[in-house]
Design a protein around this ligand. Structure first.
Ligand code: UD1
Length: 359
């Protein structure tokens, strides 16, 4: 069987790692296509190297632009690639513009589509990712849901027949890097000094956080005024938007750093006093590392982290100091995300897929 994965943005490289390993172990052919949505070394290459993913077979070099221009450029280039490669399955990951473009190009060529991380919903229609997820789920053939909550969303949307509950591939990769990190810690030079003494680990990158100047200024002021140092690992979008809006990032409690490589992030999670973020993946990684997380959003797709108190939403930034300083929950995090074997289960599900009506 020939599988073709399309990835383009940083969190997708992380999700690709365990799926690639399982595909190779099962003896299937795997073609990796990178759209080029993310292209800086520390947003892309470093993940392939550290997570031992082979270099992409194809890099479309699409780069940054507005949603329509970026997604449209991917759509045309992916269609040409699929026509040449003729895969049995397309595998897409998460909710980025690369995910949607690939799913749409494939279904129109009659290529089967498997969606890893299907069924997540924020129910916030102002988020570009919400549209990417919903549209990808509704056109894909096999919906690989990470959690029971995600599977229930798909059932409510009439997609139960195509849904399989497989667990979350981010657990696979997190646990394997966490155990490797205990013996071989990959921490590159410039974050090491900031990791001495108590600190909060913070990231901000979403369009909803960065694009409105007044809102971004409030978020940065909130971090700067905390009484514990904040290691802010800055996504290039945050740097670009802060410069555009004339907002200074490095001030008060904030220690500005480049985006962290995956193992650095896992190591930093193990050492931090808590996490402050608008990222989906980092909320869950904090939960897996048993670190209290404060999410700078009005809702989250990862509701399991909220139920147990390990994660809390902060819509009003004035609540940040007391929220980050809340006591650690007395109950250890549960395991709603599976046991770290999702990559293998996903490849089994793809291999044993029987289309509807042909059983
Ligand atoms: C994208 C995804 C988002 C995901 C995030 C992970 C969509 C709609 N959004 O958002 O779901 O959580 O990736 O990081 O697909 N830039 C660089 N270098 C890079 C990449 C980006 O400088 O290597 C800058 C550019 O200024 C660019 C901006 O970041 O315009 C935004 O990049 P883009 O890929 O459009 O979206 P993300 O915000 O990264």
């Amino acid at each position: 069987m020939k599988l073709l994965s399309v990835v383009g943005a940083r969190p997708q490289f992380v999700k690709l790692a365990p799926v690639h390993r399982a595909i190779a172990q099962a003896g299937h052919k795997h073609v990796i296509v990178h759209t080029g949505q993310h292209y800086d070394r520390n947003m892309s290459d470093i993940f392939f190297e550290d997570l031992e993913i082979p270099e992409p077979d194809v890099n479309l070099g699409v780069g940054s632009s507005s949603h329509g221009v970026q997604t449209g450029a991917m759509l045309g280039a992916l269609e040409a690639t699929f026509v040449l490669e003729k895969p049995d399955w397309l595998v897409v990951y998460g909710d980025t513009n690369s995910t949607l473009a690939a799913a749409l190009a494939a279904v129109k060529l009659g290529i089967r589509v498997a969606h890893v991380e299907a069924g997540l919903r924020s129910f916030n229609r102002a988020m570009p990712e919400e549209h990417n997820r919903v549209l990808t789920d509704h056109c894909a053939d096999l919906l690989l849901a990470p959690t029971a909550v995600a599977a229930a969303h798909l059932q409510r949307e009439g997609l139960a027949d195509r849904t399989r509950l497989v667990g979350d591939v981010m657990v696979d990769v997190f646990r394997s890097v966490q155990s490797a990190a205990a013996t071989k810690l990959i921490v590159r030079g410039d974050i090491a000094p900031a990791l001495k003494g108590p600190f909060y680990l913070a990231t901000i990158h979403r369009q909803e956080s960065t694009d409105d100047a007044a809102h971004l200024a409030e978020l940065i002021d909130g971090l700067a005024m905390l009484d514990t140092p904040v290691l802010l690992a800055a996504h290039p979008r945050l740097l670009a938007k802060a410069m555009e809006h004339g907002i200074q990032l490095e001030r008060g409690a904030i220690r500005l750093r480049e985006p962290l490589a995956y193992a650095e992030m896992v190591a930093a999670l193990g050492m931090c006093a808590g996490v402050i973020t608008d990222s989906g993946g980092l909320q869950k990684e904090a939960f897996l590392a048993a670190r209290v997380c404060t999410t700078l959003r009005t809702e989250t797709e990862w509701v399991e982290t909220i139920d147990s108190g390990w994660n809390a939403l902060v819509a009003d930034i004035r609540m940040l100091p007391e929220t980050v300083a809340r006591p650690v929950p007395s109950v250890a995090p549960t395991e709603p995300y599976g046991d770290g074997a999702a990559g293998v289960i996903i490849v089994d599900e793809i291999g044993s897929f029987v289309p509807q009506g042909s059983a």
